[in-house]
Write a protein that binds this ligand. Structure first.
Ligand code: COA
Length: 323
């Protein structure tokens, strides 16, 4: 398969570190030095499904296809205000698509998990054109009285359209059970038979543990991936890494000994948008003309679970109409 269209959408509301310091015991300098994040976009007037629809419409438009040409829709999403129906079901008809659809929760690695699933659909002849929309509102998982988590996240949506082709070289997705380091619990209805009354628990994160797990796992993924494809860090033109923390990206870059220019970032502007971070970055780079025909890209992400995903692909330039 190959990517033939990209799109993204961000909430209008921009929230700076200084704005957070107005009601949390934090500071712009703490957040910037520990994470690299300067500002983030947070849902206020819009809904997540509206963002997802805009991102998807932009991706479909740039692909040159029509909504009815899409024959599978995958939404990468950790949680939204509906438990059921799925986000993909909610956006399907408004997009004008008429195809099977499914949500996939691969935490912050969900976009790469979705690509991996799409790859399997192409290889088994199940689909000719697939739309992946990664749409996330992690700001809604946080306790906004807790500085440890709420300063890290932003909301957003990124989308790609895939068709048959030779763009993707290899995938690796991994998973392990580490439920204690990063979790968000939602309460379910109480039944007469369920003895434990559960409460919604806003996002709990052991920051240092997650940091170490992320660096260790991503370095392993990159090493395995490069080795089994007989490549070195030099052979990758651009690394599109999950936009969680500049220091995590920097650790991976240092391990590879590759120049900073190969590691584009937008976490300064948007914070950690979970699985939407890589497709948003990809859309911005592609529309800015930074992704050239034939470039080799490495995409790598990690997330709660603990899960990781990595892929290597060749880029085919996309033509965008003036907007
Ligand atoms: N503002 C000011 N101080 C803060 C703060 C904030 N927003 N958050 C935590 N602190 C304080 C802590 O209370 C602690 O204080 P203490 O030394 O008095 O106990 C101190 O800063 C250091 O905290 P620590 O957690 O050790 O900092 P850190 O260098 O590990 O950075 C993270 C914290 C969260 C930025 C970092 O661990 C991280 O990015 N982890 C990965 C998170 C992630 O990517 N999650 C998403 C996964 S998809």
């Amino acid at each position: 398969m190959k990517i033939i269209g990209t799109g993204s959408a961000l909430p209008e509301k921009e929230v700076t570190n200084d704005m957070l310091a107005g009601f949390l015991e934090t500071s712009d300098s703490w957040i910037t030095t520990r994470t690299g994040i300067q500002t983030r976009r947070l849902l206020s007037k819009e809904t997540l499904s509206e963002l997802a629809i805009t991102a998807a419409q932009n991706a479909i438009k740039s692909s040159g296809l029509n909504p009815e040409d899409i024959d599978y829709l995958i939404c990468s999403n950790v949680a939204n205000s509906y438990v059921s129906p799925s986000l993909s079901s909610i956006i399907l008809a408004p997009l004008g698509c008429c195809c099977p659809c499914i949500d996939l929760n691969g935490a912050c690695a969900g976009f790469i998990y979705s690509l991996d699933m799409a790859d399997a659909f192409f290889k088994t002849g199940r689909a000719k054109n697939i739309l992946i929309v990664a749409a996330e509102e992690p700001s809604r998982f946080c306790n906004w009285h807790e500085r440890e988590t709420s300063v890290l996240f932003g909301d957003g949506a990124g989308a790609v359209v895939l068709t048959e082709g030779e763009g993707f070289k290899d995938f690796r997705v991994t998973a392990d059970t580490h439920t204690d380091v990063l979790y968000y619990k939602r309460s379910l209805e109480v039944t007469p038979y369920d003895r434990v009354e559960e409460k919604t628990m806003p996002l709990v994160m052991q920051g240092r543990e997650v940091f170490k797990l992320a660096v260790r796992a991503c370095i392993k993924d990159v090493d395995v991936m490069l080795e089994r494809n007989n490549m070195t860090g030099e052979d990758i033109d651009m690394y599109l890494l999950h936009q969680a923390n500049m220091r995590i990206i920097e650790s991976i870059r240092e391990h590879l000994g590759q120049p900073k220019e190969k590691f584009p970032t937008n976490l300064q502007k948007y914070g950690n948008t979970s699985s939407a971070s890589i497709p948003i970055l990809m859309d911005e780079l592609s529309r800015a003309g930074e992704l050239k025909d034939g470039m080799t890209l490495l995409l790598s992400a990690f997330g709660g679970g603990f899960v990781t995903g990595i892929t290597i692909m060749k880029w085919s330039e996309i033509k965008y109409e003036e907007e």
